[in-house]
Every structure is written in structure tokens, then in C-alpha cells.
Design a protein around this ligand. Structure first.
Ligand SMILES: Cc1cc2nc3c(=O)[nH]c(=O)nc-3n(C[C@H](O)[C@H](O)[C@H](O)COP(=O)(O)O)c2cc1C
Length: 368
């Protein structure tokens, strides 16, 4: 399957505008997901089960630790087929209270030399109520995470109170369809939103308001990458007050900070606005993962979810050994196709066995 994608499908896709390809792939997946036969055939080709990959995190049973990261299927149109690609969970979104068109196009760029994608979408999505409506009635075999963000519109929400109620509106509307909710605390590409939660008191206020919504599902927080451990420590201590917070993840940094390693000249990259996903962010995300794991420790009530530059089982295993209980990918789907999921899972089992672990949970944090 991987060979077919790389030799036949990818060369065609890579000649076409990335956003058009993405929308086309989602459209096809959404239509195919409605066919029982296609779903079953996809599942039988792509899925891989092994008891060593199974875990219960935040009360949710995951058949394996590898999920599809937020942003691939923002509105949840294709969850039925994506759920058959072998992922242990899917995360849709980011979804905001109100619909948003996002930033002007072009806003998605490939950088093959670096196995990277540059994204400046600015969280376009159909809005929480519409996403809730179209998720209703869909049956999924894998846990579904729903990632929430503030509406990207300069005029709305305008005040702090309006920002909090943007999240609570989406939360109330979508939690009935979610296995877990992930709060996107810093979308790198929506200028109005990026730094809002830099003031930790605003994180506290948001969590207070969510607490008043009686959360029924575990809630994770996808944080901005930092270089200062103290910031993460402060956020974790705020979360300590709210028992519904089950863990943390790290989002992409805004722009192209010096910590990212590129083969491509920075002058060339500066032509593409936005944040970088894929290989160049791996080290920065792993650095933040290590910081977070050092803060929460091995017997924490929190779990860590990590995405950033996973293309192989070794990449996923590294994040697990640094403290991630769940890992996710996005960019590898573009470069390697959906066959990558099974390959990573099969190789992950071999890596676990080589190290003498009978279950993935034993490997979490051993390098932390
Ligand atoms: C095109 C694109 C769109 C994304 N959209 C979102 C989003 O809406 N919300 C979010 O939390 N993360 C979003 N992300 C970040 C991914 O969820 C993930 O954290 C990041 O891409 C790192 O994983 P990767 O290196 O496997 O791509 C997006 C990433 C890409 C490449």
C-alpha cells in the first residue's frame, strides 16, 4: 500500500495545489466511509492489533497509541473511513463556536526536502453546532477526540469573557460526541488568538468556566511550545485544581523559530507564511515533551499526547520513551500515505519486544 501511494498517488498529488488535494482526499474518504464494504475492506487491509499496544488512558480504551492529529479532518466529515485506517484514535478540529473561513489562500505548502508542511490555515471550520450535527448518528470504532479553539475572527469574540464563552459553547455542543476534548490553547496561525493564554490567569478562568459546564469526558490541553520550563510548571499547577484535566500536548510553534532544523534555505522558506509540521519540529516537540514529563512525573494523573515529526516506529517510540502515552501524526500521512499507520504499529511491537516490554505502558517515560 505504501509503495502504491509513493509511486503512483503521491507523484500526482504533489503536482496539484496542497489544499485542493487535501479537500479532494477528504471528500473521497467521506463518501467512501458511507459504504460498508469499502470500510470493511479498508479495515481488513490497514488494521493491526496486538495486545502489547493496548492501553487505558484517562479511562478510555485505546487499541494502540497512534492517533491522527488535529487539523487533518477539521469538521469530522471523514471520520468513518479514517477510523478504519488502523489509528488507535482520531482527533478532529480545531473547531470553534462560530464558523470561520480562516486565512487567505494560498495557506498550505509542501517542503519535500525537509519532509515538512507549512500551514497558515488559521483554523477554518464549520463551527461547533454544525460539526455536532454532522457527527450525530456516525458510529466509530475508535475513540474520537475533538479539538476546540477560539473562533478566528478579529471582531468576534472580542472580550475575554467572549473568548471563554466561545470555548464553553463549543464544549457543550460537542462533548456528547467526544471520547475526549483537547483545548487548543494557541493556534500558531490565528493572529488574534496565538498569545491569548500567555497570561496564566486566563487559563484559570477558562478552566473555571469549563468546570461549570460539568465535563463528562476527559479534557486535554494542547499548549504552546516554550523554552522555559517554569511556564509549563505554572500551567500544570493551574490544571491541578481541575480534576477533569487529564493531560497535555504541545502544538506547533508559530513561524519558523531558530530551533527548527531545515535543509531548505530559510530565505526560501520565508516565502511561505505559517507554522511548520513534520520532520523539522521533531526535536523542539521532544524537548517540550521531556520538560512536561519531568514536571508531571511517572505516577501522575496526567497523560501526555505528542505529535511532531513522526514518520517511523522509532520516531513514535522515542516520544513514548520520553513520556507520551499517546502519539499522533499528520504530515506523515501526506508523505507516506495511510499505509504508514500499520507499518509504524508493526515495527513498534518489534521495538517493544526488543526492549523486553510486554505492553507499551511499560515504555512510557523510561527516558524521561
Ligand atoms: C495542515 C495542518 C493543519 C493543522 N491544523 C491543526 C488544528 O486545526 N488544530 C491543532 O490543534 N493542530 C493542528 N495542526 C497540528 C497537528 O495537529 C500536529 O500537532 C502537528 O502537525 C505535528 O504533527 P506532524 O509533524 O505529524 O504533522 C495542523 C497541522 C497541519 C500540518
Amino acid at each position: 500500500m505504501g509503495i502504491l501511494y509513493k509511486n503512483l498517488i503521491r507523484p500526482i498529488f504533489f503536482r496539484i495545489d496542497p489544499e485542493k488535494v487535501h479537500n479532494f482526499a477528504l471528500g473521497i474518504s467521506s463518501a467512501a466511509g458511507r459504504s460498508g464494504i469499502i470500510s470493511r475492506v479498508t479495515e481488513s487491509i490497514c488494521s493491526y492489533r496486538h495486545p502489547g499496544l493496548k492501553q487505558t488512558i484517562a479511562g478510555i480504551e485505546f487499541m494502540n497509541p497512534l492517533g491522527l492529529a488535529a487539523g487533518f479532518d477539521k469538521n469530522g466529515h471523514a471520520v468513518e473511513l479514517l477510523g478504519n485506517f488502523g489509528f488507535g484514535h482520531l482527533e478532529i478540529g480545531s473547531v470553534s463556536a462560530y464558523p470561520s473561513d480562516g486565512n487567505p489562500r494560498p495557506r498550505l505548502f509542501r517542503v519535500p526536502e525537509d519532509k515538512a508542511i507549512i500551514v497558515s490555515y488559521g483554523v477554518p471550520n464549520e463551527g461547533a453546532d454544525s460539526v455536532a450535527f454532522q457527527l450525530s448518528g456516525k458510529k466509530l470504532d475508535v475513540p474520537l477526540g475533538i479539538n476546540l479553539v477560539k473562533t478566528n475572527d478579529e471582531s468576534r469574540p472580542a472580550t475575554d469573557e467572549e473568548v471563554f464563552s466561545d470555548y464553553t459553547h463549543s464544549f457543550k455542543s460537542l462533548q456528547p460526541y467526544a471520547s475526549y476534548v483537547n483545548l487548543n490553547m494557541s493556534c500558531p496561525n490565528s493572529a488574534a488568538d496565538r498569545d491569548f493564554f500567555d497570561d496564566p490567569s486566563k487559563i484559570h478562568q477558562l478552566l473555571e468556566q469549563l468546570s461549570a459546564c460539568s465535563p463528562q469526558v476527559p479534557v486535554f490541553m494542547k499548549l504552546k511550545p516554550v523554552s522555559d520550563e517554569e511556564i509549563l510548571r505554572e500551567i500544570v499547577s493551574i490544571a491541578d485544581e481541575f480534576s477533569f484535566i487529564s493531560g497535555f500536548g504541545i502544538n506547533l510553534p508559530a513561524g519558523k523559530p531558530p530551533e527548527l532544523n531545515f535543509k531548505t534555505a530559510r530565505e526560501t522558506l520565508s516565502k511561505y507564511p505559517g507554522a511548520v509540521g513534520g520532520r523539522p519540529v521533531e526535536e523542539l516537540i521532544n524537548y517540550n515533551l521531556r520538560l512536561l514529563y519531568n514536571i508531571i512525573g511517572p505516577h501522575s494523573r496526567y497523560s501526555l499526547v505528542a505529535a511532531g515529526g513522526i514518520f517511523t516506529a522509532e520516531d513514535a517510540y522515542k516520544k513514548i520513551r520520553l513520556g507520551a502515552s499517546l502519539v499522533q501524526l499528520y504530515t506523515a500521512m501526506v508523505y507516506e500515505g495511510p499505509g504508514i499507520v500499520k507499518k509504524i504499529l508493526q515495527d513498534l511491537v518489534k521495538l517493544l519486544q526488543k526492549d523486553g516490554f510486554s505492553n507499551i505502558s511499560e515504555a512510557v517515560g523510561v527516558e524521561g
